[in-house]
Structures are given as structure tokens and as C-alpha cells.
Design a protein around this ligand. Structure first.
Ligand code: NDP
Length: 456
């Protein structure tokens, strides 16, 4: 049976665009359907504008630090409206780049909201298109029903569109988005209070990072309320009331809901094609990214596996290579590096110490903590923490964890070494580059402790 297209991709975010372009490169006839802006969450309302706001926040401390380095200038004031207009121009430029990449790559962009209409059929507006394969790459959106009344609060999407900042803000949640934006807002002069239900922020990260993150957030002037989650949020004329318990309420002019994200599956007509959705709302996909329906694949946040842009891109390219490139392959997600862009940032690759122990490793734990040169010179107190986990039996470096200036840049490079199977002996015979913070990773000689079951 002939179809209009070899592949129709739903969603022109990073994953959908990468998959579509790779499929077209292999000679497939491809269309990508997008109802919002081309570029998706990462480019338009996520990673990219967030990092641009983090750079803005960094200047806040940069001006103060500059005085310690001999500069006489007074700190200028931050104007969110100026940042917002520069951000709007930059995301528009990037969207244009994405559109040109699609056109240049031979991918047809169809603007509108797509809906499956049985296997191999996609409805867009009044049109019905048919495809040999369909790829669901619709991403995720902020959860708006985690607490009663929270739907009226701002999400990260709204924050990145503000043209003025509130004086005071509450952040609900303790994950990536909560920590990043609390840290950024505080550096931009907002008085922030964070409410999260665990004892430490950043569940899933190594304990050393979580403890240090809490200390850094506090040092930035953020009020931490671990183990405290509002029972409900009340929208008032001048902001919000967080109802924290019997007769305990606290008002804030602005509240960030950072209680997680949910896969975008509503209204996609998945049931018409037999695509199963898990109880957490994620599209069910196997290791080849095939859903429960033949010919229908899903990648990225909509599958809720590792919700990171580079993972969606890798999965999308793997699907395209498998379907159209004659090279079937899966993506190995066992060693994905990730970063939390708080100030100072966190980066990690490999398991936390608790995860390594749970996996049965006997682990040599190497740790160091120091005040970086840049801080020491100006009497700053910010400390860098680093950790290496080494499997005692094989000497393989299992994980690298860091919180401190440039952690994401450093750990991304070390992730190559871990992917290549580097041992602690390889780290030891690497000559340090001085003076850097990264050199500490090749200068750790004695383990702080050896933990886990003794191997037979
Ligand atoms: P996370 O899953 O990281 O964090 C959600 C937070 O909300 C957790 O602290 C969670 O608590 C809390 N929470 C969830 N439900 C409730 C509830 N009902 N009441 C109170 N608290 C609740 O989600 P984010 O939205 O921060 O980020 C979504 C995903 O996007 C991340 O997992 C990450 O994959 C990706 N991302 C990556 C970034 C990066 O790479 N730098 C940046 C931003 C996002 P608890 O931990 O106790 O469950």
C-alpha cells in the first residue's frame, strides 16, 4: 500500500527535528507536524532561555567579585524587560535556524495540531495524511494539578516570559526546575522561599551533591523549607496564600509551580492506533522506541524515560537510522551525563553512591572539597565538591559527581572517558593541567572510604 509519507513526526522539538532530518538524509519522504513554535521546549521555553537567564544571574555575583579583583565600578541594576526582549530575539533567531534546517534537510513542515486517526493515518486540521511510520515526539508540559489551587501559579514557561521580576517568590518543588530557578531568581535580587517534601532537594542525585546544593541555596539567601509542602494554594487579589497547615498561611506575590512535568498525550488520538499509555501518562515504548502499535514510534519526554534533550535527539536519530538507514540500533542510556544549572552548577555522570551500592558494587569513594582559587582571592566562601566512584574489582571509574564552577563543562569531557571504560589507573597517569579545578579529578590518591560487599 502506498502512503503520502515514509515518516510523519508529531512535534518539531529537538528530538522530532533530529529524527526527521536524519530520516530525510537517508532518502525518506518526511513531514513534521507542529502546532506551536518550531524548536520545542528546549529551544523556546526551556534549556536555552533558562541558561541565558542563568548567565544574567551570574553577572550579579560577577560585578561584586570584580571589585575584589580591582575593578572600581558600582554594580548596575538588572532589568528583566531588557533581558526579555533580547531573549525573544534570540529564540526567534533559533526558531528560524530550525525552520531553515528542516527546509534545507528536505523535511516538510506542516503547521497545526496532529491527531492519529488509526494506524498510519494522521489528521491535521481538515487534512488526513498517511504514513508508513509515525513518530510521536510531542514532549511534556508542566504538571498543573499536583496540589489544590496550584493551577493558578506560574510555571517555568511563565517565568521565562516575565518582563518584571517579583520582589519575593515561593518555589514549590525540589527538582531540577525548582533548584535552577530558585538559584537564578535569588541572584537576580528576588527573595526566594523553597518548599519541598524531601529532606534535601534533587532526589536521585548523589547525597554529596544534594547536601552541597542545599548549602549553596541557603548561602544565596534562599529560605529552605524541607519536608514542607503547602496543603493548598489560594489565589488572592494581590498574589497567593500558601496554606501550610492549621492556621499556618503565608502570602507571596508570585509562586513558581515546579512540581514536575507530564508527557503530552492528550488529544493525540493514541487509542485509535492502539498506542498504549502507562498509568503515569507516558507512551509505552520498547528499547527500539516502538510503541504497542506496529509502525508507531515514540521518543523523548513523551516516553518519560530520561527527560533530557540530548536523549530525545539520540533516540530520534536511532529510530531514523533503524527504519531508513539499514543500521538498526538502540540507544544506551546507562551513562548519560546531566547538569543542574544552579549557581554554582552541578554535573554528574554515572550512578550515585547509593545506586552503585544497590547495584552490588564494592566502591572506592574518592572525594575532595576546596575553595577555588577565584573565590579564595576575594575572600569568597563558595566551595567546590568532587567525587569519583571506582569499582574496586575492575578499577573502572563508575561515576563522576561535581558541584562547583564549570562543573557541566568538566563532567561532559570526563563522560567520554567513562564511556570509553576508563579506570582509576588511567585517571592517575593523566598529568594535571594547572591551575584548574578539573585537575583535582586526576589528583585524588587515597579513597575516603571503601564501601559495599567484599567481592568473592
Ligand atoms: P523533577 O521531577 O525534577 O522535580 C519535581 C519536583 O516536584 C520534585 O521535587 C518532587 O518531589 C516535587 N513534586 C512532585 N509532585 C509533587 C506534589 N504533588 N507535591 C509536592 N511536590 C511534588 O521535575 P522538574 O519539573 O523540575 O523537571 C522535569 C524534568 O525536566 C526533569 O526530571 C529533567 O529530566 C528535565 N529537566 C532537565 C534540566 C537539565 O537538564 N538541566 C532542567 C530542567 C528540567 P519528590 O522529589 O519528593 O518526588
Amino acid at each position: 500500500m502506498s502512503h503520502d509519507y515514509d515518516l510523519i513526526t508529531l512535534g518539531a522539538g529537538s528530538g522530532g527535528v533530529a529524527a526527521s532530518r536524519r530520516a530525510a538524509l537517508h532518502g525518506a519522504k518526511v513531514a513534521v507536524v507542529e502546532g506551536s513554535r518550531v524548536g520545542g521546549t528546549c529551544v523556546i521555553r526551556g534549556c536555552v532561555p533558562k541558561k541565558l537567564l542563568m548567565y544574567a544571574a551570574q553577572f550579579g555575583e560577577g560585578f561584586a567579585q570584580a571589585r575584589g579583583y580591582g575593578w572600581a565600578a558600582e554594580a548596575p541594576a538588572f532589568e528583566m524587560a531588557r533581558w526579555a526582549s533580547a531573549k525573544a530575539a534570540e529564540t526567534a533567531r533559533l526558531e528560524d535556524v530550525y525552520r531553515k534546517m528542516l527546509a534545507g534537510g528536505g523535511v516538510e513542515l506542516i503547521e497545526g495540531w496532529a491527531q492519529l486517526d488509526g494506524p498510519h493515518r494522521v489528521k491535521v486540521g481538515g487534512r488526513v495524511l498517511t504514513a508508513r511510520h509515525v513518530l510521536i515526539a510531542t514532549g511534556s508540559s508542566p504538571v498543573r494539578d499536583s496540589l489544590p489551587g496550584i493551577e493558578a501559579c506560574a510555571t517555568s514557561d511563565d517565568l521565562l516570559d516575565l518582563s518584571t521580576l517579583p520582589d519575593t517568590a515561593a518555589v514549590i518543588g525540589g527538582g531540577y526546575i525548582a533548584v535552577e530557578f530558585a538559584s537564578i531568581l535569588a541572584r537576580l535580587g528576588v527573595k526566594v522561599a523553597m518548599y519541598y517534601r524531601a529532606s534535601l532537594p534533587l532526589r536521585g542525585f548523589d547525597e554529596m551533591l544534594r547536601t552541597a546544593a542545599a548549602a549553596h541555596l541557603q548561602a544565596a539567601g534562599i529560605e529552605l523549607h524541607p519536608g514542607v509542602v503547602p496543603q493548598r494554594v489560594q489565589h488572592t487579589a494581590d498574589g497567593f496564600l500558601l496554606v501550610l497547615g492549621e492556621e499556618r498561611v503565608r502570602g507571596f506575590p508570585w509562586v513558581l509551580n515546579a512540581t514536575g512535568r507530564r508527557p503530552n498525550t492528550a488529544g493525540l488520538g493514541l487509542e485509535t492506533a492502539g498506542v498504549a499509555v502507562a498509568p503515569n501518562g507516558a507512551v509505552v515504548a520498547d528499547e527500539t522506541m516502538q510503541t504497542t502499535a506496529a509502525g508507531v514510534y515514540a521518543i523523548g519526554d513523551v516516553t518519560n524515560s530520561k527527560n533530557l534533550t540530548p536523549v530525545a535527539i539520540a533516540e530520534g536519530r536511532a529510530v531514523a537510522d533503524s527504519l531508513f538507514g539499514g543500521t538498526p540500533r538502540n540507544v544506551d542510556l546507562s551513562r548519560v551525563a546531566s547538569a543542574v544549572f544552579m549557581l554554582p552548577p552541578i554535573a554528574s555522570v554515572g550512578p550515585s553512591e547509593a545506586e552503585a551500592l544497590a547495584a552490588g558494587h564494592r566502591v572506592k569513594v574518592f572525594e575532595t572539597e576546596f575553595r577555588p582559587m577565584k573565590q579564595a582571592f576575594i575572600g569568597g566562601t563558595e566551595r567546590t565538591h568532587m567525587k569519583l566512584l571506582v569499582d574496586e574489582a575492575s578499577d573502572r571509574v563508575l561515576a563522576v559527581h561535581m558541584i562547583g564552577a564549570d562543573a557541566p563543562e568538566i563532567v561532559q569531557s570526563l563522560a567520554v572517558a567513562l564511556t570509553a571504560g576508563a579506570t582509576k589507573a588511567d585517571f592517575d597517569r593523566t598529568i594535571a593541567m594547572h591551575p584548574t579545578a578539573a585537575e583535582e579529578f586526576v589528583l585524588m590518591r587515597e579513597p575516603a572510604r571503601v564501601v559495599g560487599p567484599v567481592q568473592p
